[in-house]
Every structure is written in structure tokens, then in C-alpha cells.
Ligand binder design. Structure first.
Ligand code: ATP
Length: 464
């Protein structure tokens, strides 16, 4: 027991004395110190009357009394409200800004996730006069640029100096939600796109984003927002693409536009996940300043409190029949069925649609499909026009769809983290939810099988 505890102890000293989010309670909006009344109304319009524990804990470290003095690493279960935990303090702080510049950047690994997060910002930011943009490649790059950059009005018959025109380009947004690829496109090629005024960088689904380089977006952003003069150009050439040489977006020292007479503020970073990495090498990439670790309870990863886990033991060749029986008993409740690959997603979805007895609408959602098809499917699922979504891991992380009561692992997840994220598509925001995993008897064994499923209840067919 002691051994196990020692083994799970984080290597980094600052991770060993975290703020325990489970000691916080929901806080009614009326009791939240310093909340801007306009934001209170916006939150109420979203149906929110109190903040969740992780939101209260982050509020303390950002608005008061913490005042954004430390970078925050937040490890909190799926569905616990991490999005609003960073969106609300950022919007509240920027509400005092005088001039519109790009001040906050939120990076997410997928387009659908970025769209979801943009919607959260868009629900509160306009209340205090802030504008939110999206850089995900949903529209053409030209359309995206016209949303992000404000061009000066040109008068006919006057000849303008191109250099002067470049100076006149201004950000049309205060907050940008982006995927790494499109972000790099704008950094490399969009005239007038600059990170020189950036104050907040949020890396959501951090462990996922740190797993791949994504065109070196992170070192590029860090380099462009570094304010010390000495390092500015010396390191850049070692990793940045050649196009970088022509960029003029490096943060200037001195007085910051829109924050009258105040020196350039430090770039504050907030990194989040339900399965935050504790790997020092990975975290080092973020170049965190005096980081503070916020986590929930003592276990490394936590499942949502009201999640019920079940395992269904069956022979491999009978899995489709067990799944059909399970879906039949779930009736019209919304359900996501996870498979191990895009190919098996397609096969399983085709097969299920041949079972006439299943009088529910079933669609696939996978990385093989075009984005427009995926977005259409997701919309129909949100609206309840589809009851079952068969998905590869494209749906695993972060997606928030109201009313998903059930998740089925048709194929056993290969990693504990995958199980946490898949199961976390249900039992969100304190709601009840069930996660079923189909296993053949050998899959119960082995380290993952034991650690994942020993607490799950065994289920017979026709369980309801
Ligand atoms: N204070 C609140 N009161 C009521 N509902 C809330 C509150 N905060 C967030 N929610 C709702 O809770 C749900 C989950 O929030 P969110 O998507 O931010 O979770 P998350 O912690 O980021 O999950 P994941 O790790 O899966 O990405 C959303 O539907 C959101 O609207």
C-alpha cells in the first residue's frame, strides 16, 4: 500500500502539495467575490446559478486573492466544468481593457472541441464588450482572416504606403480559440496577426496537445510572447520555420497598449486535463512560471462521482448480439458506442443499422469522415435526432453533449486515460450516467483489465 502510494507520488516537488479541489463547494453567484454584475447576468442566462468547485478554486487563484500570480495546472474530472473555470476569470479580467488586441489564446486539439469552447466564451464575453474569434479551418482562410483582422477603411483615389497599411491592421478579437494547425497558419502568413499583446495562454486537453508537436506551435507561441530582449532572436532559429524570419509579431518590451502606463504583463498560462500528465519532461515544454497544481482528491485520475460502471462478459463472436440487446434495453436514451478504430466504427455502424428490431437512429462519427459530415452528425445528436453515435476515439475527449446517459466500450480501451475520457462523455455536471464495457473473459485479466474493471458491476443480458 505504502509502496503504491510512493509510486504514484509526482516527481515534481510543486505537484506534491496541490490545492485539493474536492475541499471546495459549489458557490452561488451572489456569494462569488468581485464577480462583474454583467457576467452574473450572462451566467444566469446560461442557466448557471452557482459555480462548481473547480471553478471556485480557479477563481480564487486568478481574480482573488491569487491575482493570476502563478501559472495553473488543473487536473479535474471530466464534466466538472473546467471550460468555465478558465473562461470566466479571463473574461472578467479583460473586461477592463481599453483597446482591442489579441490578449487571450485558447488552444485545443480538435475543431469540434474548439467550437464548443468558443461557444462558452461567446456566451459571456459580449456582456463586457469583448469579442471572441475562432481559428480552426472551418471556413476558408480568407473568411477567417476577415473575422480576425480589422482592416482600415480606404478612401478611393488615395495612394497608400503598404507599410503604413500594415501598421493600421488591428485585431478584431480579444480572445481567440484555435487548433494548433490553423494557429500556425495565421502566425506564419496572416498580415496583422500578432501575439505581442497576449496575456493569457490556455492549453486545454494538455496531455493530448503535448503528445504531438503539431508544427511546433507551442515553442513558437512561447518564443513570440517572451518579453526578455536577450533571448528573443537567439533561440528562434533553432526550431522555427524559415518563414518565421519575416514575422514582426514578437512581443515588445515597455508600455502595453490598452493597459495604460502598465508594463507588459507576464504571459499567464493555464493548462488543464482530466488526466493531466505528471511527466516532468512534458511539462517542461510549457515553461511554467511558479506553477500551482490543482487536483481533485488523492487519486491521480478520478471518474465522475455519479458514474456507474458495468462490465458485460461475453465471447468475442457474440459481442454484436450483446450490444444489440443492450441498446434495445436502453431504449431511446442517448448513447455513445466506442470502438477501437475508424474501420471498426464503420463496420459496427453498418451492422447495427441492419438490425430491424433496433428502432433507433444510429450514426457513425469518426476521423475518416469529412469535417462537414461529422459536424452535421454531431448537431443531429445534440438535437436528439440521433440516439446512438458509434465513434472511434474522435469523440473521446472533451465533447459535451447534453443528455448522454450511456457510454458503451464495445472494444476495451487500451489505456486507463482512454477509459476515463470515454466514460466521461456521460455523468457530466453532476448528472447520473452509466458506462458499459464489453469484455471477453481474458480481457478481465492483465494490469489494465484489473485496474479498470475490478470495481465495475457484472451485468447479464436483459439487465433492465
Ligand atoms: N457552474 C455550472 N453550473 C451548471 N452547469 C455547468 C456549470 N459549469 C459548467 N457546467 C456544464 O457542465 C458541463 C461540463 O462542463 P465542461 O465541458 O467545461 O467540463 P470539463 O471539465 O471541461 O470536461 P472534459 O474533461 O470532459 O472536457 C457543460 O455542459 C457545462 O455547460
Amino acid at each position: 500500500m505504502e509502496e503504491a502510494k510512493k509510486k504514484s507520488m509526482p516527481v515534481l516537488p510543486w505537484m506534491r502539495s496541490p490545492v485539493d479541489v474536492s475541499l471546495f463547494e459549489d458557490c452561488p453567484l451572489d456569494h462569488l467575490p468581485c464577480l462583474d454584475p454583467r457576467l452574473k447576468v450572462a451566467l444566469q442566462n446560461m442557466g448557471i446559478s452557482s459555480l462548481f468547485p473547480v471553478q471556485v478554486a480557479v477563481w480564487q487563484e486568478t481574480i482573488g486573492p491569487g491575482l493570476f500570480e502563478r501559472d495553473l495546472c488543473i487536473n479535474s474530472p471530466t464534466g466538472s466544468g473546467k471550460t468555465l473555470s478558465y473562461a470566466l476569470p479571463i473574461v472578467q479580467t479583460l473586461s477592463n481593457r481599453a483597446v482591442r488586441c489579441l490578449r487571450a489564446l485558447v488552444v485545443l486539439p480538435t475543431r469540434d472541441l474548439a467550437l464548443q469552447v468558443k461557444d462558452v466564451f461567446a456566451a459571456i464575453a459580449p456582456a463586457v464588450g469583448l469579442s471572441v474569434g475562432l481559428a480552426v479551418g472551418q471556413s476558408s482562410i480568407a473568411d477567417e482572416i476577415s473575422e480576425l483582422i480589422k482592416r482600415p477603411k480606404l478612401e478611393a483615389g488615395i495612394c497608400y504606403d503598404p507599410e503604413d497599411l500594415l501598421q493600421e491592421l488591428q485585431s478584431a478579437v480579444d480572445i481567440l480559440v484555435a487548433t494548433p494547425g490553423r494557429l500556425m497558419d495565421h502566425i506564419n502568413a496572416t498580415r496583422g496577426f500578432t501575439l505581442e499583446h497576449l496575456c493569457y495562454l490556455v492549453v486545454d486537453e494538455t496531455d493530448r496537445l503535448l503528445r504531438e508537436a503539431y508544427q511546433a506551435w507551442l515553442p513558437t507561441v512561447l518564443q513570440l510572447t517572451r518579453s526578455d530582449n536577450e533571448n528573443r532572436f537567439s533561440d528562434a532559429s533553432t526550431f522555427l520555420p524559415s518563414a518565421f524570419g519575416s514575422l514582426k509579431t514578437i512581443r515588445r518590451c515597455g508600455v502595453e497598449r490598452g493597459f495604460k502606463d502598465k508594463p507588459n504583463p507576464r504571459l499567464v498560462k493555464m493548462v488543464l486535463s482530466a488526466t493531466l500528465t505528471q511527466d516532468p519532461n512534458k511539462l517542461a515544454q510549457l515553461d511554467l512560471h511558479h506553477p500551482l497544481f490543482l487536483t481533485t482528491g488523492e487519486t491521480r485520475y478520478k471518474l465522475p462521482e455519479r458514474l456507474e460502471s458495468y462490465k458485460l462478459i461475453c465471447e468475442s463472436k457474440l459481442k454484436p448480439l450483446y450490444l444489440v440487446a443492450l441498446l434495445q434495453s436502453l431504449g431511446e436514451e442517448k448513447c455513445i458506442v466506442f470502438t477501437s478504430s475508424v474501420e471498426s466504427t464503420h463496420r459496427l455502424c453498418t451492422l447495427l443499422n441492419h438490425f430491424g428490431e433496433l428502432r433507433i437512429k444510429i450514426k457513425e462519427y469518426s476521423g475518416l469522415q469529412r469535417q462537414s459530415v461529422r459536424s452535421k452528425t454531431l448537431k443531429a445528436f445534440r438535437e436528439g435526432k440521433i440516439q446512438v453515435l458509434v465513434s472511434s476515439d474522435a469523440m473521446t475527449r472533451g465533447m459535451d453533449v447534453e443528455g448522454v446517459n450511456n457510454v458503451v466500450n464495445y472494444d476495451k480501451p487500451a489505456y486507463i486515460k482512454t477509459y476515463i475520457h470515454r466514460a466521461g462523455r456521460t455523468a457530466r455536471a453532476g448528472q447520473l450516467g452509466r458506462c458499459f464495457t464489453l469484455l471477453h473473459k481474458d480481457e478481465k485479466k492483465g494490469a489494465i483489465g484489473r485496474s479498470l474493471f475490478h470495481q465495475s458491476r457484472v451485468l447479464g443480458v436483459g439487465w433492465s
